[in-house]
Unconditional design. Structure first.
Length: 274
C-alpha cells in the first residue's frame, strides 16, 4: 500500500552500498529504484548516462517522482556520471548484478552473501545495475570485484531493475539491522507466563471433563494420552491470559451456554411536589 507504512516523524536510516544505475532507460524505473532504496535505508543513488538525461524536466519527471512514492529526496540528490569508471572512483569494492557469470572468473555471490559482506565492511562499496533491456556490458562487469546473481527460475531469470535493487536493499538491511519484525504500533497488555500451579489446575479440570466423556479409551493408553495432551500445551508456552481463555472455553463446552439470571428491575417512585 502506497504510504501506509510511512512515518516521517521517525529518524531516517541511511548508509549501505551505492546504487549505480548504468544507462537506465525509463524514468519510471529510476523513480521505483529510489522508492526501493528508501524502503531499506539506502541513500546513495548514482546514474550513469541516463538515456534521456537527468534531472528530467518534461512529462517524465512527474512519472519518475510519482513512482518514487515519497522518496523524492533521493531523486533530487542523485548524482549523474559520464562513465562507470567515474561513478565508482571513490568506492573500495564494486559488485555487478547479472544473471550470467560471463566467463570472467569472478566470484559469484547471492545477494544475501554479498550484502552481508558489505554490512560487515567498514568501507564504501557499490552495486552496478545494467540497463533494463540488455543488462551490463562485459567491459562494465570487468570493472567489478564480484558478481551478484539472484537465485531465480532458470527459465525466467531476468529481474525488473527496481526488483533487483529492492532485493539487494532488503538483504543489506537484514545484515545491518537484523530481521526482527518491527514493533507493534498498537499498545497491548503483556500477560506474564503461566505458573505451573495454574497449568496443573487447568490440566486437572480438562482431563476430568474428558474422562467423564470417555475420551481416554482404552484405559491402558490413558497415561500416554495425558502426557501427549499436556505436552501440546507446554509447547505453546502459555501465558496466564492464555490459560484463562482456554479454561473459559472448555467450561462453556462442558457445561453449555451460560444461563443468564434475570433480575427484577427496581421501580423508583417519583417524588411528589410539596
Amino acid at each position: 500500500m502506497v504510504g501506509a507504512g510511512t512515518d516521517r516523524t521517525k529518524p531516517r536510516l541511511g548508509g549501505g552500498p551505492a546504487v549505480i544505475l548504468v544507462r537506465p532507460q525509463l524514468a519510471v524505473n529510476i523513480g521505483m529504484c529510489a522508492r526501493a532504496m528508501a524502503n531499506f535505508g539506502l541513500d546513495d543513488l548514482r546514474l550513469v548516462n541516463p538515456r534521456e538525461g537527468w534531472p528530467r524536466s518534461d512529462d517524465y519527471r512527474e512519472v519518475a517522482y510519482s513512482a518514487a512514492a515519497g522518496a523524492t529526496d533521493l531523486l533530487d540528490a542523485a548524482r549523474v556520471f559520464p562513465s562507470v569508471e567515474a561513478a565508482i572512483g571513490d568506492l573500495n569494492a564494486v559488485y555487478a548484478t547479472t544473471a550470467r557469470e560471463r566467463g570472467q572468473m569472478k566470484a559469484v555471490l547471492t545477494p544475501s552473501v554479498a550484502m552481508g559482506a558489505i554490512a560487515a565492511a567498514g568501507e564504501k562499496r557499490g552495486i552496478l545495475f545494467g540497463p533494463e533491456r540488455t543488462g551490463l556490458a562485459n567491459d562494465e562487469v570487468a570493472l567489478a570485484d564480484s558478481i551478484i546473481t539472484f537465485p531465480s527460475s532458470p527459465t525466467y531469470a531476468s529481474l525488473n531493475l527496481s526488483q533487483a535493487v529492492l532485493i539487494c536493499g532488503y538483504e543489506w538491511f537484514k545484515a545491518a539491522f537484523g530481521d526482527k519484525p518491527p514493533p507493534s504500533t498498537i499498545p497491548r497488555a503483556v500477560s506474564p507466563p503461566a505458573q505451573r500451579e495454574m497449568l496443573l489446575a487447568f490440566f486437572d479440570y480438562l482431563e476430568g471433563k474428558l474422562d467423564e466423556n470417555g475420551f481416554f479409551r482404552p484405559l491402558t493408553k490413558k497415561p500416554g494420552m495425558r502426557r501427549n495432551l499436556r505436552n501440546i500445551f507446554h509447547r505453546m508456552e502459555l501465558t496466564q491470559q492464555d490459560v484463562r481463555t482456554l479454561w473459559g472455553a472448555v467450561v462453556r463446552l462442558a457445561e453449555g451456554p451460560r444461563i443468564e439470571v434475570k433480575t427484577r428491575k427496581r421501580v423508583r417512585q417519583k417524588k411528589t411536589e410539596a
